[in-house]
Design a protein around this ligand. Sequence first.
Ligand SMILES: Cc1cc2nc3c(=O)[nH]c(=O)nc-3n(C[C@H](O)[C@H](O)[C@H](O)COP(=O)(O)OP(=O)(O)OC[C@H]3O[C@@H](n4cnc5c(N)ncnc54)[C@H](O)[C@@H]3O)c2cc1C
Length: 372
Amino acid sequence: MRIKYVIVGAGLAGITMAERIATQLHERVLVIEKRGHIAGNVYDEYDDAGIMVQRYGPHTFHTDDKEVFDYICQYAEWHEYQHRVLSYVDGNFVPMPISLETINQLYNMNLSQDEMDDFIESRRVPVDEVRTSEDVVLSQAGEDLYEKFFKHFTKKQWGVWPSELDKSVISRIPFRRNRDTRYFTDRYQGNPRGGFTKMCRRMLDHPEIKVLLNTDYKEVIGDLDYETLIYTGPVDYYFDHCYGKLKYRSIKFVFETHDCESYQPVASTRWPQDYDYTRITEFKKMYGQKSEKTTILKEIPCDGDEPFYTFPTAEWRVLAQRYRALAAKEEGVVFLGRLAEYRYYDMDDVVKRALDCFGKLKLARESREATS
Ligand SMILES: Cc1cc2nc3c(=O)[nH]c(=O)nc-3n(C[C@H](O)[C@H](O)[C@H](O)COP(=O)(O)OP(=O)(O)OC[C@H]3O[C@@H](n4cnc5c(N)ncnc54)[C@H](O)[C@@H]3O)c2cc1C
């Protein structure tokens, strides 16, 4: 059977493309997914305690892009939620990102916005040439904030010290001069009621979309007769690692269910100083779920096979660029999403990329039809 469009990967990138092709072009689409479920890294489900959890780390949707928001709202009712993060520093929780509130709570002061500028200015360490991420933080925030918030957190997150990371990794320290303690300041933010997987299931619920789970695309692609391949898997895997493997940072996820209504003050806490984990997430606070139990997730970054974060150094950027050059020459294949493009994308970026990609695909098809 001939299928015009084959999509590798049932994450947000692949699912958005499948939805557009089926509903706008009225063409049949086959989505091939190697995991046993759809939704990629935004996969969520109810655990044994009846708490909605996100299996691949905490996700909150946030965007300023109305087109993207309106698009996903077709498939989700919204639990409006403002994400707040507290950082556990010197034995107390303080708001993150660093704001006037953080500085005042940390140093037990009551500075105004202008006084905060003077305070930060007085802490800065002069650095002759800013080369590393350590230089960036020291020159913008000074020794104490560097030690408390950045030095050990970076080591846990990436396995290397900020002094070993290029300055571009931490190019600017976001200081909020005001008292806004939200983590994201985008106009639209929240989580879909019933979860991201439910939203993705609705997007795929179309007679022209077929999904093949538990299948690596390389097992079946040779048997398929298709016109366009939309590839959202790892770009180096597509090319059989011909230039070597791209580096990713992986995460060990440790879930715990506790017999208490609330485990921590907010949904997300960061642990820059103590323990091996970087974050604890209490999911029910993100979904507004009520229960006498609660499930939390501790994230321990590590080197591992499951790719989560693209590695933010020049070496891997250069290698990714070599793969991108190969990808650009590949006829009839669209490389899309965080793995295929080796870029960190938030969910709204990925949906936007997919909508733009679909726009180009549609245009190319219309011009082909006009000339034939
Ligand atoms: C820990 C963490 C937290 C995050 N938090 C947020 C957040 O709060 N807000 C936000 O906006 N974004 C967040 N993100 C980013 C978000 O996860 C991504 O934007 C989004 O998941 C990318 O979608 P994707 O389709 O590109 O990739 P994926 O979701 O990874 O989808 C790719 C799919 O391809 C499949 N695949 C790979 N290889 C093959 C193969 N050979 N054959 C078949 N299938 C294959 C994979 O199994 C996967 O399902 C976070 C990311 C991480 C890692």
